[in-house]
Design a protein around this ligand. Structure first.
Ligand code: COA
Length: 394
């Protein structure tokens, strides 16, 4: 049997609080249709003070890891652009919280929303190069913060996606080669002195679409793939309208009847994203999870994936649906997580927002606010962040 390397399991965690964007539109005196249709978002996850990238990543990964996985992972990659430390990798806190094998490499990587894709491709190469290695954990965790009453406010969100990469995966096989493109541009960035991002939104949209064209053309040239060889194409989704623009651009030359199914799949593939908002580097993989959780795809179907990280790096690659993949998904768990969230008023959201920005060197304690989370951030002592695990129910 030929060796396939790919995604064996996917875990997902997003905060237990959300803001309905109709409420935000009313508060900002904007037509709600601008947010729901023009931007394409319905709700956004709001981070409480007892969660950060480490706890969200731990909550996501804990859903999918069993004891054998914890022993067999020998590479742990934490992708984020919301780092909590300039030196120490969030991967080390995660390794400890999840009790992952110490005979592992654990590190953090950053390139805006492209980080998790870099991690995924490194994971592929690691397993391809080391026959004795068995499993790699890649997590993407972020908090998208633009600021109160900014243009980007409506595209905020938070969450983590955990991907377990193995040989003979149960969900998706990753295909090689892939096509990538990098170029230094200023479309979105966050200098060290800020806890909110700076974005040139219109310019960023144009670059996202330009990089899509460059990587898709390069992918076609490298692999001979036609769009109609792909059942669906998924996108990095900072807000669903941007992915929709990408799909419109990609499908321009297709006949109307052929186009339709790509837009149907896109609709399914943005279900969770519309409710959670921007996860930055996890967004493409949340879109993938939305599709897998809602659609019955035939084994062997090829899915195109477009990853974009501002700054900017983009990659186009494909994944192949594995037989009986539905048996490995935890659909009910993902849906329940979203259903049991608590709705905030705009005033409450603004208060949460102020409590989750940059911290200073003082000691502080944080009360638990996330009743369903296994892991939470408890505060800071002697400039050390304290993470705790919920006591198991006796
Ligand atoms: N009903 C329906 N649609 C409406 C509307 C209404 N009442 N009012 C406006 N719209 C549409 C606009 O036509 C526009 O659609 P288009 O993009 O198809 O042209 C869309 O809503 C946005 O309106 P616009 O006036 O362009 O919004 P904005 O100036 O507030 O900026 C963003 C929107 C997305 C650029 C801004 O939120 C932003 O900068 N976000 C962060 C950028 C980001 O995520 N960058 C990373 C990319 S990877």
């Amino acid at each position: 049997m030929a060796t396939i390397i790919g995604i064996d399991k996917i875990g997902f965690y997003s905060p237990e609080y959300y803001l309905d964007l109709t409420d935000l539109a009313t508060a900002r005196q904007v037509d709600p249709a601008k947010y729901k249709i023009g931007i394409g978002q319905d709700q956004m996850a709001v981070l409480p003070a007892d969660q950060d990238i480490v706890t969200m990543a731990a909550n996501a990964a804990a859903q999918i890891l069993d004891q054998a996985d914890r022993q067999q992972i020998d590479l742990l990659i934490f992708a984020t652009e919301s780092g909590i430390d300039q030196s120490k990798a969030a991967a080390l806190y995660l390794q400890e919280l999840l009790q992952i094998n110490h005979q592992a490499r654990a590190f953090e990587i950053k390139e805006a929303c492209y980080g998790a894709t870099a991690g995924l491709q490194i994971a592929y190469d690691h397993l391809a190069a080391h026959p004795t290695s068995q499993k790699v954990l890649v997590v993407g965790a972020d908090v998208a913060r633009y600021g109160i009453a900014t243009a980007g406010e409506v595209t905020q969100g938070a969450g983590a996606v955990a991907l377990l990469i193995t040989r003979q995966p149960r969900l998706l096989g990753l295909q090689q080669p892939t096509a990538y493109y990098s170029e230094e541009i200023m479309d979105f960035w966050r200098p060290n002195y800020r806890d909110t991002a700076l974005a040139d939104g219109k310019f960023s949209t144009a670059q996202y679409l330009r990089f899509l064209d460059l990587t898709w053309q390069a992918y076609r040239a490298k692999t001979g793939t036609q769009l109609t060889d792909l059942t669906a194409v998924l996108f990095h989704i900072p807000f669903t309208k941007l992915g929709l623009k990408g799909l419109r651009q990609l499908t321009t030359d297709l006949a109307a009847a052929t186009k339709e199914s790509y837009f149907d799949y896109f609709q399914q593939a943005t279900g969770y994203n519309r409710q959670v908002g921007n996860l930055y580097t996890g967004s493409l993989y949340l879109s993938l999870l939305s599709l897998l959780d809602q659609q019955q795809l035939a084994a062997g179907s090829k899915i195109g994936l477009y990853s974009y990280g501002s700054g900017a790096v983009a990659e186009f690659f494909t994944a192949v649906v594995q037989p009986n993949y539905q048996q490995t998904l935890q659909v009910a768990c993902h849906q329940q997580q979203l259903h049991q969230r608590q709705r905030l008023t705009v005033a409450e959201y603004e208060q949460f927002f102020m409590q989750t920005g940059l911290t200073d060197d003082h000691d502080f304690q944080i009360k638990r606010q996330s009743p369903h989370a296994d892991f939470y951030f408890a505060g800071q002592t002697d400039q050390r962040r304290i993470y705790q695990r919920k006591e198991p129910v006796k």
